[in-house]
Design a protein around this ligand. Structure first.
Ligand code: ATP
Length: 309
């Protein structure tokens, strides 16, 4: 069954286009990543799926409910978990009160299990929470009623690396349980780690819809080769080799050609060591974003893998 179905969805804010003729579907049991730089339309899509924004044109269905059909959507949302980008908890409530309130509406069959993985300080008021603690509370809230479908807007934003990794492991386990997960992200590596398929959004339009494996294959292979003697990148150029750069004792490049051609080429050199691996996802996404993409190494904030241009 299809968990999310979006057909020719357009959302305008006056003159501004939020999303433009968007069509895609997410199968039941799939983990689907929704990627795009700032302003691409990710939040607009997500808020439309939850009935928080009404479409200007086109349709969207979640768990079979048309997002314009209020009664059907309310019914479907009992089986949906939602983690918004802006959590908007009541600052004066304790974490425990927030969860108790949510439990009274939707249930909390998985509360204890989730709090063992994500442990916000439940007795403290939200006003005193760090960003990461708030995010963890949001994750517990999104999953605790054991929903069939979970929709999340940048779920790892504000989590420390350890908690991010825990979240990725958790999503992989959810996939095994058969939960459908749809989430937006700026973080390329998490998409590779947890998603089955990825939709790439740019300026309100879907520019790619692929399984992660295909995306990686399109990016070619990252080859590192160590050779006897001096080798300059300029001399080491043949079809299919791009971004040739010197490394200690040799060169590295991205290779998009046939393996046999590469081996023929290398046969003319004295090869000490060769390593052929996956390309960095940044290279893959450059293909789709072009100028709208900021590589990690060029980013003003080195920690991020942001796509913000
Ligand atoms: N309430 C609004 N009024 C006017 N324009 C809006 C509104 N909300 C979003 N937009 C515009 O719609 C476009 C899509 O925005 P959206 O927030 O959906 O992008 P996003 O991909 O979620 O970005 P980010 O990664 O920054 O959260 C942008 O051009 C944005 O400026």
């Amino acid at each position: 069954m299809v968990a999310i179905e979006v057909t020719d969805l357009t959302k305008r804010y006056g003159e501004v286009i939020g999303v433009d003729s968007l069509s895609f579907s997410v199968e039941e049991g799939e983990v689907f990543g929704f990627l795009g730089p700032n302003g691409a339309g990710k939040t607009t899509t997500i808020r439309t799926l939850l009935g928080l924004l009404s479409p200007t044109d086109g349709t969207a269905r979640v768990l079979g409910a048309d997002v314009r059909d209020e009664a059907a959507l309310i019914e479907a949302k009992r089986r949906i978990g939602y983690l918004p980008a802006d959590l908007g908890f009541d600052e004066g409530l304790t974490g425990k009160r927030v969860l108790d309130h949510h439990a009274s509406i939707k249930g909390d069959a998985r509360r204890t299990e989730l709090l063992e993985l994500f442990d916000p300080p439940l007795e403290r008021v939200i006003r005193e929470y760090s960003t990461g603690n708030e995010r963890m509370l949001g994750i517990v809230q999104a999953f605790m009623h054991d929903p069939e479908l979970v929709i999340m807007d940048e779920p790892t934003s504000g989590l420390d690396p350890l908690k991010q990794e825990r979240f990725h492991e958790f999503i992989r386990a959810e996939r095994e349980r058969g939960t459908t997960v749809f989430f937006s992200s700026h973080v390329l590596s998490e998409v590779r780690q947890v998603c089955d398929r990825v939709g790439i959004l740019r300026e309100g339009r879907l520019v790619a819809l692929e399984d992660v494996e295909t995306l990686l294959n399109r990016g070619g292979k990252r080859v590192q080769v160590r050779l006897v003697g001096e080798t300059s990148p300029e001399k080491f150029v043949t079809e299919g080799m791009v971004d040739v750069e010197p490394i200690a004792g040799g060169l590295q490049f991205t290779y998009t050609g046939e393996y046999n051609a590469l081996l023929d080429y290398l046969a003319d050199h004295d090869v000490l060591d060769i390593d052929i691996g996956e390309p960095p996802l940044e290279d893959v996404f450059m293909h789709y974003y072009g100028d709208g993409f900021e590589r990690e190494s060029e980013s003003a904030t080195p920690k991020t893998e942001a796509l913000d241009a």
